[in-house]
Design a protein around this ligand. Structure first.
Ligand SMILES: Nc1nc2c(ncn2[C@@H]2O[C@H](COP(=O)(O)OP(=O)(O)OP(=O)(O)O)[C@@H](O)[C@H]2O)c(=O)[nH]1
Ligand SMILES: [Mg+2]
Length: 241
């Protein structure tokens, strides 16, 4: 978190991190199309060749809060190509939260894992706590025929602390839900670390409404699985013959 006293501006940094071509830039493009125009700034794409990110993309999302602050959420992407590891580390510095964009294709599982480990290492090298920083995982490219099944993703979700969201970023599906879920987690963390709500009188609800309007994010995959299993448990089974 960056706080500029003179302008009463709070800047929060969110990084979209993930393996090559997983759809990080596509997420920002979809957000740029879908978010409320008065909150969403310009999407800046720095240095691309053949649609591959060479440096990073950034999309600022801004609101004026009731308590008189300007709250800016800066969404960054990292470049996925292996040769840009140094840039990935720099972009992660000072991050307040991370969206890990994984590729659902089976062939990409190893890449996902390598980039996951790389992300954790870079967070640590930047002095951030990889175990407590808010992270959500998005499994993108759900539309492809060789994508891992929903049940496999639910398994992944149950194993870790991170909420998991399915997405088809090129169609904008799941993109808003992912960011919505991340902002909810981010506010829990900001409260723990900075006593944010009391200090600035800004709640997650105020930001979510300013950015998403009436849209309410879908629960994560594991939350949905929990809701479904609780509902099944409540359903009375047939009486014994
Ligand atoms: N089928 C399908 N294609 C997608 C999806 N999301 C992104 N793509 C495509 O995947 C390719 C890579 O998408 P990008 O958003 O540029 O990926 P990136 O993660 O930013 O890539 P780098 O910056 O090079 O790491 C593009 O051709 C996208 O159109 C998706 O959900 N489904
Ligand atoms: Mg990119």
């Amino acid at each position: 978190m960056q706080f500029n006293t003179a302008q009463r501006e709070i800047v929060l940094k969110v990084v979209y991190y993930g393996p090559p071509l997983s759809g990080k830039t596509s997420n920002l493009q979809a957000l740029h199309r879908a978010l409320k125009p008065d909150a969403c700034g310009r999407l800046t794409t720095l240095d691309t060749a053949n649609d591959r990110t060479l440096f990073f993309d950034v999309l600022p999302v801004t609101m004026n809060t009731r308590s008189g602050y300007r709250l800016k959420l800066k969404l960054f992407t990292v470049p996925g190509q292996v040769i840009h590891a140094a840039t990935r580390r720099i972009v992660l510095s000072g991050a307040d939260a991370v969206v890990f964009v994984a590729d659902s294709q089976r062939s990409e599982s190893q890449n996902n894992n390598e980039f996951w480990r790389g992300m954790r290492r870079f967070l640590t090298e930047n002095g951030l706590d990889a175990d407590s920083i808010p992270v959500v995982i998005q499994f993108n490219k759900r539309d492809l025929p060789n994508a891992r099944s929903n049940d496999e993703l639910i398994e992944v979700a149950r194993k870790g602390r991170e909420p998991v969201y399915p997405a088809v970023a090129v169609r904008g599906e799941g993109v808003l839900d992912t960011l919505y879920g991340l902002i909810e987690l981010l506010f829990v963390d900001l409260n723990k670390r900075y006593n944010f709500v009391e200090r600035f009188q800004i709640t997650a609800e105020e930001l979510l409404t300013a950015v998403f309007g009436d849209f309410k994010g879908e629960p994560s995959l594991s939350q949905r699985a929990d809701i479904a299993s609780k509902a099944a448990a409540r359903t009375p089974r047939g009486t014994r013959p």
